[in-house]
Design a protein around this ligand. Structure first.
Ligand code: ARG
Length: 462
């Protein structure tokens, strides 16, 4: 980054140049250059409004448009020289504009301040980021739905306390993940409505004496409404905090899923295999295939929570209106979006590449006596009080355990010793398929219910 000794745009009232370390400390250009396309977009809308209101001439507007378009092209092709002396993205672009077009460049900032400018840029940037994240959430949900469809009838043990509890289908499990991401998408859509409001017009804090047209600028920039109070418009970053809270929930969900992937691919479970391109080896233990990617997905939730805490803390003691503290909103926000985008994209690939070991899943369900509850329910349906049935089934499980067999391997006589109400039809409920098929209500694990859920989500995402 160039470091020339140009006087600052605000240095008129200062008697000595700013300290070098302070210059580096206060500059945001090393990171806020990422706002540039949105800064230019907002400046174009502001300039168009100034011209319509007769505050600048049509010629000024034409010059500003030409200059900003050239600057955008230079940024795109990498030839634009960002300058630390120009502090932030707003000054860098404004000074480059004035170098190109002269006087008209100096008129662009009429009726505006960097305070409402930066608030506008961040909102435009974040709105775009939300839209990209929403597209990735959709991809992830579709990948889950596709795998769920393939495994709508694949039996696995469902767990409570990480102990085999009742049989479920793998498709049902994947659709549970899908539900988490669906709520995340809803939350982000709601957050977007509050992000999508125009701060410009608030100027430094008190508004402006120029006859501005805020509605026009809002329409030009695709905002749904105005920030209704100038002090609030330039100061609060609650919209960014809200986004980070949504992001923290997304990462929390992905971290839970990653944790299950890690468990499932240990040889102890051996439920799944991940494609080699998502795994790494050990430098010392030749037999290892490590789940580094899901582990990182789990680990990166931590930085996301950190960013949320950072912005909450940044905001909590700020008096109205703008304070420079707010410059610190950007790095956490940028990193949060980068993390979400990469994690979601990789997660989708992972889900699509997943290979399922249906045999190992089924074996684990059998070994876990996952149909014991079905036996209890069977007895209840024949008039046995639930607590009595529960006790009889517990004894049956102990007997099967002692023999090292499944409940379904016990003979009818053996079973009737625990509860005389048991008949030959008991074997229908003792099988994994019988247990699963019985749960066919909406939200249940029966293949038919899972397929219905899949159809609903496909329709929603179409
Ligand atoms: N770079 C600043 C930020 O990110 C722009 C606004 C600066 N305004 C000011 N009065 N110092 O917040």
């Amino acid at each position: 980054m160039a470091n020339t000794s140009n006087p600052n745009l605000w240095s008129g009232r200062f008697s000595e140049p700013v300290d070098e370390r302070v210059k580096r400390y206060t500059a945001s250009i090393p990171f806020d250059w990422r706002l540039a396309p949105f800064d230019i977009q907002a400046s174009l809308a502001h300039a168009a409004m100034l011209a319509r209101a007769g505050i600048i001439s049509a010629q000024d507007l034409a010059d500003i448009r030409r200059g900003l378009t050239e600057i955008q092209a230079e940024i795109d092709n990498g030839s634009f020289a960002w300058n630390l002396d120009d502090e932030d993205v707003h000054f860098n672009i404004e000074r480059a504009l004035t170098r190109k077009i002269g006087e008209a460049g100096k008129r662009l900032h009429t009726g505006r301040s960097r305070n409402d400018q930066v608030a506008t840029d961040v909102r435009l940037w974040l709105r775009d980021a939300i839209d990209r994240i929403q597209a990735l959430l959709r991809d992830a949900r579709l990948a889950l739905v596709d795998q769920a469809e393939r495994h709508a009838a694949t039996v696995m043990p469902g767990f409570t306390h990480l102990q085999a509890a009742q049989p479920v289908t793998f498709g049902h499990h994947l659709m549970a993940w899908q539900e988490m991401l669906r709520r995340d998408a809803e939350r982000l859509a709601d957050c977007r409505r509050r992000v999508n409001r125009l701060p410009l017009g608030a100027a430094a804090l008190a508004g402006t004496s120029f006859p501005i047209d805020r509605e026009f600028v809002a329409r030009e920039l695709g905002f749904e409404g105005l920030c209704e109070n100038s002090l609030d418009a330039v100061s609060d970053r609650d919209f960014a905090i809200e986004f980070l809270a949504c992001g923290a929930l997304v990462m929390m969900h992905l971290s839970r899923m990653a944790e299950e992937l890690v468990l499932w691919m240990t040889p102890r479970f051996a439920f799944i295999e991940l494609p080699d391109r998502f795994c790494t080896g050990s430098s010392i233990m030749p037999q290892k295939k490590n789940p580094d990617v899901p582990e990182l997905m789990r680990g990166k939730s931590g930085r996301m929570y950190g960013h949320l805490m950072a912005l909450l803390t940044l905001m909590k003691a700020q008096p109205l209106a703008y304070n420079k503290d707010n410059q610190e909103d950007k790095e956490p926000l940028f990193d949060a979006v980068d993390t979400l985008i990469d994690t979601l994209a990789i997660f989708t690939e992972l889900v699509r590449g997943l290979r399922v070991n249906a045999e190992a899943m089924r074996r684990a369900a059998v070994e876990g006596y996952a149909t014991a509850t079905d036996l209890a329910d069977y007895l209840v349906k024949r008039g046995v009080p639930f607590r009595t049935a529960h006790e009889a089934c517990a004894q049956a499980v102990r007997a099967a355990e002692a023999r090292g067999c499944d409940l379904a391997d016990l003979s009818l006589e053996e079973l009737r010793a625990f509860a005389p109400q048991i008949e030959a039809d008991v074997y229908q409920v003792l099988t994994l398929e019988g247990s699963i098929a019985a749960r066919r209500h909406p939200g249940g694990t029966a293949p038919a219910a899972v397929r219905a859920a899949i159809a609903r989500v496909r329709q929603e995402l179409a």
